[in-house]
Design a protein around this ligand. Structure first.
Ligand SMILES: *[C@@H]1O[C@H](CO)[C@@H](O)[C@H](O)[C@H]1NC(C)=O
Ligand SMILES: *[C@@H]1O[C@H](CO)[C@@H](O)[C@H](O)[C@H]1NC(C)=O
Ligand SMILES: *[C@@H]1O[C@H](CO)[C@@H](O)[C@H](O)[C@H]1NC(C)=O
Ligand SMILES: *[C@@H]1O[C@H](CO)[C@@H](O)[C@H](O)[C@H]1NC(C)=O
Ligand SMILES: *[C@@H]1O[C@H](CO)[C@@H](O)[C@H](O)[C@H]1NC(C)=O
Length: 516
């Protein structure tokens, strides 16, 4: 803390504080989707000569002395110039580039509209994860706290209007043009294309991401009055109802007759959006497991078996944590218990229905199950994943079942989406294809490892595979790092920044030498 205070004045002098806060950046600022594909000087002074990817200060979407202080504090503890540069670029990425609008509703309610990067829309999941590395700054920096409150408020609104949807357009208050979306598909319940961006893929982890964002803010502030607001309580109620609707099985457990009252159906004529089979209901799943059905994955791809274990695990943890908010605010004792029990029952269901025996590894977590005894053993890079279970707070890194699972996942003979190559080796997924591991999965590998050499090895892979651009890409071709997807993908940058914060805590010496 003393260090923070002494470095504070240094950093303030680097910033024009008159421009702090959200900036409506000028049309003359470069388009960041293009900017991120080019190398900018000064390059880092290390082996990989990484680009200075942060936009000029007047072209950053949000400016905060707290962010600059933290970058300064952390980079002064890193000796490797390439990792320093990567931390600056990635920790800054969310505030610098994707705070598309921040303002207020007519009622004075704070609102933040945070896009994904090169897709100009707000995903519930991406926004929550993009803000996550700033959690430690929330208590002491009200500008950042306000960014969190604005994001929670806008997500409460989105969820209340379209609880089964994942990605949204700017709110009317922003005055931003509505991007056109002429989706011709058929979704039940019906949603307005003025609000939603993609056609509305139900992904359980979107609900969990909203809870995580709320818990991140709560744990930093204990801001009781914020969580007594009617709009937030109503959103929590919507989360519960939506989740419970997706526990109703495909067939009546007594008669075996198909359930005619599916709460959610998705039929699309757009290849790549994954129209769901069985008239939009998706694969059947069995009754009474206690797991929540999620027809889509955190990658937006359709599930193979719809009881997705990582999303259920994330939900279990977040429901219990949210219950603690209710316990402290005292606004509704019943809701406090309902939330806790919902989390505990999903957790129990995962251990009852989400485990299977692997011939080489013993008891492992499955990626997806159907409740009929079918297990999908694989992992997908997108978090929540099986690899990230300890990051989600579901198990400890040393949990034996997790350890078995982790060995299975990080092996190309037992995980069909683990690939090795000269540029990068790691977990990918069907979203881009099996030849492209995702840096996000390598970050999860570091954060869940207790093995110093493994962490050093993966850090080296990450910093040597950015094509010199100094940013985390969505995925990278195992043979050719210039062949990457998504130049401007903030979620992955934030996960990398969080990973460096983790290594600073656990293995600080690894950040010191250029050899890692
Ligand atoms: C942001 O700037 C644009 C012009 O570049 C202007 O049309 C718009 O009204 C501004 N938005 C806000 C919220 O000030
Ligand atoms: C909504 O969909 C309709 C019908 O496809 C289309 O004409 C309209 O432009 C869309 N509006 C927006 C804001 O996407
Ligand atoms: C408290 O929460 C329960 C469970 O969600 C709900 O049924 C009830 O209406 C809530 N009570 C009040 C006073 O809001
Ligand atoms: C630690 O990681 C290194 C490098 O990946 C590997 O060779 C070694 O077997 C690992 N050690 C243990 C105990 O898993
Ligand atoms: C690597 O990928 C880039 C971008 O797709 C391409 O232009 C280049 O030709 C590729 N290099 C090789 C050696 O294939």
């Amino acid at each position: 803390m003393a260090f923070f205070l002494s470095s504070f004045t240094v950093v303030l002098s680097l910033l024009d504080t008159a421009s702090a806060g959200w900036q409506n950046i000028s049309a003359s600022c470069p388009d960041y989707a293009t900017y991120a594909t080019q190398k900018h000087k000064p390059f880092s002074n290390g082996i990989f000569q990484l680009s200075n990817a942060r936009p000029a200060e007047h072209c950053r979407t949000f400016v905060s002395p707290g962010i600059e202080t933290l970058i300064h504090t952390i980079t002064s503890q890193i000796g490797d110039p390439d990792l320093e540069r990567l931390f600056e670029n990635t920790f800054g990425s969310c505030v610098d580039t994707v705070i598309r609008w921040k303002g207020e509703a007519a009622t004075g309610e704070e609102l933040s509209f945070i896009i994904t990067g090169d897709i100009d829309a707000m995903w519930l999941r991406d926004a929550a994860q993009s803000l996550h590395p700033y959690q430690s700054l929330v208590a002491a920096n009200d500008d950042i706290a306000s960014l969190f409150r604005g994001t929670i408020n806008i997500q409460s609104r989105f969820l209340t209007e379209a609880p089964y949807c994942n990605a949204f357009k700017p709110p009317p208050e922003s005055g931003l043009p509505l991007p056109a979306n002429d989706f011709q598909g058929n979704v039940t319940p019906v949603v307005s294309n003025h609000t939603i961006w993609t056609p509305c893929q139900f992904e359980l982890d979107s609900l969990a991401a909203f809870l995580q964002l709320s818990n991140d803010y709560w744990q930093a502030t204990h801001d009781i009055s914020f969580f007594q607001q009617e709009s937030w309580l109503q959103a929590i109620d919507v989360v519960l109802q939506t989740m419970n609707s997706m526990k109703v099985p495909s067939y009546d457990p007594m008669t075996g007759a198909p359930n005619e009252h599916q709460p959610y159906l998705f039929i699309s004529d757009e290849p790549g959006w994954g129209s769901l089979i069985n008239s939009g209901a998706g694969e059947p799943f069995n009754a009474g497991t206690g797991l929540v059905h999620t027809p889509f994955r955190p990658s937006d791809d359709p599930t193979v078996f719809t009881l997705h274990i990582p999303a259920n695990a994330m939900m279990a943890v977040q429901l219990k944590q949210t219950s603690a908010i209710l316990g402290a605010t005292g606004s509704n004792k019943t809701l406090e218990h309902v939330l806790y029990n919902a989390g505990a029952s999903i957790e129990k269901a995962i251990y009852q229905h989400g485990l299977t025996q692997h011939p080489d590894y013993g008891t492992v977590f499955a990626y997806e199950v159907d409740g009929y005894g079918s297990y999908n053993l694989m992992d997908d890079a997108n978090i929540p994943s099986l690899l990230s279970l300890p990051m989600l707070g579901f198990v400890d890194r040393t949990n034996r079942i997790y350890q078995n699972t982790r060995k299975m996942l990080l092996n190309r003979h037992s995980n069909r989406y683990y690939t090795t190559g000269p540029v990068i080796s790691g977990i990918g997924g069907p979203h881009v294809g099996p030849k492209n591991p995702w840096p996000m999965a390598l970050c999860a590998q570091i954060q869940t490892s207790t093995n110093r050499s493994e962490i050093a090895e993966v850090l080296l892979m990450l910093k040597s595979s950015t094509a010199g651009l100094g940013l985390m890409h969505e995925s990278i071709d195992i043979y050719n790092q210039t062949d990457y997807t998504r130049p401007w993908f903030v979620w992955a940058n934030s996960v990398f920044a969080q990973t460096i914060l983790d290594v600073v805590e656990r293995f600080p010496d690894l950040l010191f030498s250029e050899e890692t």
